[in-house]
Design a protein around this ligand. Structure first.
Ligand SMILES: Cc1cc2nc3c(=O)[nH]c(=O)nc-3n(C[C@H](O)[C@H](O)[C@H](O)COP(=O)(O)OP(=O)(O)OC[C@H]3O[C@@H](n4cnc5c(N)ncnc54)[C@H](O)[C@@H]3O)c2cc1C
Ligand SMILES: NC(=O)c1ccc[n+]([C@@H]2O[C@H](COP(=O)([O-])OP(=O)(O)OC[C@H]3O[C@@H](n4cnc5c(N)ncnc54)[C@H](OP(=O)(O)O)[C@@H]3O)[C@@H](O)[C@H]2O)c1
Length: 451
């Protein structure tokens, strides 16, 4: 290219979430120049929307290695390794200082609305290896800008694209019109307004992941104190392994979450409705919502529905790139079989990096939550390892890019989900998904002293 050489162009990172900021730190450490574009007005703009949720990962698993090194050079005080932060604390004590340490390399109020190969739509073969990428940005003040990049790491997450209540993945009939009584995240019941909204009401919780378990546990207090009635809508045919591995979970707080939700069900505070695939949301004469399934079943009228049915990636602004995504999960094809919940439920994933995350489009990577597409159980540690490998690959260090540096904690639940219409699959002997029974969990943070 003419003018500025490719090597002088920035690596554009989309999103200043945990994985985008970790990518920037890795890229910087490799001697390349990162530029983080963040739609929101702060670091961790999506995490900040679930401020009230306590993570089940400890601080030692939530600070990326290169980010920790960058921060320590600024005099940052590393949080005690064993603590479990809330979303708010993750932002305040780590993500915000990290963005500050990156300084001008992070731009807020800058939404990426498109990425393409410069001067070429996805049809054009010529120059895909030699031309840089063009990033289309819309600033908060309405200004538009084109930024030329040597590479793009899309770490924009999936938070703003929640799955609907409809069991077939499309909004149920009447779902949009019922928006006043539906919330698509774990409600913050410490907020007096929301607490009042749910107190003494009939609440349906739809979903079977950790968000559903977190919502059930939070609502249980209201059930005890305020008589809130909880119906738990499972699309799958039975509860099966929904509560997770309990004490067998190698992340103890994740296991404990499932056990607390199970206690609430066993105590009769939660009514389980399994195999319910919501097709329509209707209103009764009081304005309450009646959920209907294709088999004719209905849920008693509910005041509120908490829809925590997972997320999906927004791929619309990547349409001019040659991505190779799995047709089921919408994750990179080499990663998809490692994380497909139809096959695995163990929560671990074989170490993967730049090689598995590559696309036919050179120097474009999806990383972090977005790389998992629709698959559940993404862990920040996975993303940190992804971006370490991607940064190494971009810097030409293919040996480091291909090195295996992480073994993740298993959930203690083995085998495929196998639960949609069938009873749970038997647990295989030994470790999950063919992994050793007790994989080594490598801590990401430097040892720190408890304060
Ligand atoms: C409630 C909850 C609890 C979780 N708890 C844990 C846990 O305990 N342990 C664990 O390991 N993981 C946990 N996770 C999973 C995961 O680690 C987090 O979701 C994490 O925030 C993912 O980081 P990310 O950087 O990939 O995406 P995000 O945090 O979603 O960040 C993406 C960023 O990109 C920005 N963005 C989006 N679109 C654009 C655009 N077009 N242009 C510019 N910017 C854009 C967003 O504003 C956001 O700031 C949890 C997830 C949730 C939802
Ligand atoms: N405390 C914490 O740290 C915490 C809290 C919350 C979330 N998280 C993390 O956040 C991420 C997202 O978790 P999540 O629970 O929001 O999503 P998730 O893990 O994707 O789980 C959502 C589940 O809901 C079910 N579902 C989908 N559509 C449905 C429908 N229409 N009706 C009923 N059920 C439906 C699906 O299971 P079936 O196919 O079986 O129906 C799906 O697996 C994960 O990485 C999780 O670990 C962590």
């Amino acid at each position: 290219m003419k003018g500025v050489g490719m090597s002088e162009l920035p690596v554009v990172v989309v999103g200043a979430g945990p994985i985008g900021l970790a990518a920037a730190a890795e890229v910087l450490e490799r001697g390349l120049e990162p530029l983080v574009l963040e739609r929101g007005s702060q670091a961790g703009a999506s995490v900040a929307q679930w401020n009230h949720v306590r993570l089940f990962s400890q601080w030692s698993e939530l600070v990326a290695p290169a980010a920790g090194r960058l921060l320590e050079a600024t005099g940052w005080e590393r949080p005690a390794a064993g603590g479990y932060p809330t979303g708010q604390e993750w932002v305040a004590r780590y993500l915000a200082p990290l963005a500050a340490a990156l300084g001008e390399r992070v731009r807020f109020g800058a939404e990426v609305v498109g990425v393409a190969r410069r001067g070429r739509d996805r049809m054009v073969d010529h120059g895909r290896d030699t031309e840089p990428l063009t990033v289309h940005v819309r600033h908060r003040d309405g200004r538009e800008e084109l930024i030329t990049a040597r590479a793009v790491v899309d770490a924009s997450g999936t938070w703003t694209n929640p799955n609907p209540l409809g069991g077939d993945g499309l909004p149920a009939l009447g779902e949009r019109a019922a928006a006043d009584r539906i919330t698509y995240q774990v409600p913050n019941l410490h907020d007096p307004v929301l607490r009042e909204r749910f107190a003494g009401k009939h609440v349906a919780v739809a979903g079977s992941g950790h968000s559903a378990l977190t919502a059930l546990v939070a609502l249980t207090d209201l059930a005890r104190d305020e008589g809130t009635r909880i119906s738990w809508i499972l699309r799958r045919g039975s509860v099966g392994n929904t509560f997770g591995g309990g004490e067998a979970d190698q992340l103890p707080a994740r296991g404990a979450l499932g056990l607390r939700a199970k206690e609430a069900v066993d105590a009769g505070l939660v009514q389980v409705v399994a195999g319910f695939r919501t097709e329509a949301v209707e209103r009764d004469e009081q304005g309450l919502l009646v959920l209907r399934a294709p088999d004719g079943r209905t849920i008693d009228p509910v005041d509120e529905v908490v829809v925590v049915t997972g997320f999906r990636p927004d791929l619309s602004w990547l349409s001019e790139l040659r991505l190779e995504l799995d047709t089921t999960l919408q994750a990179p094809v080499a990663l998809a079989p490692l994380i497909d919940p139809n096959v695995h439920s163990c929560g671990t994933v074989y170490p993967h990096g730049a090689k598995e995350l590559a696309h036919p489009e050179p120097n474009v990577y999806l990383a972090g939550m977005k790389s998992y597409g629709r698959a559940p159980t993404f862990l920040a540690m996975t993303g940190y390892e992804q971006v370490r490998s991607i940064a190494a690959a971009l810097a030409g260090d293919h040996e480091a890019a291909g090195r295996v540096e992480l073994v993740l904690a298993e959930t203690g639940v083995c085998g495929g989900a196998g639960l949609f219409d069938e009873p749970a699959a038997d647990t295989p002997a030994g470790g999950c998904c063919g992994a050793p029974a007790e994989p080594e969990l490598i801590s990401l943070s430097a040892p720190s002293t408890d304060r």
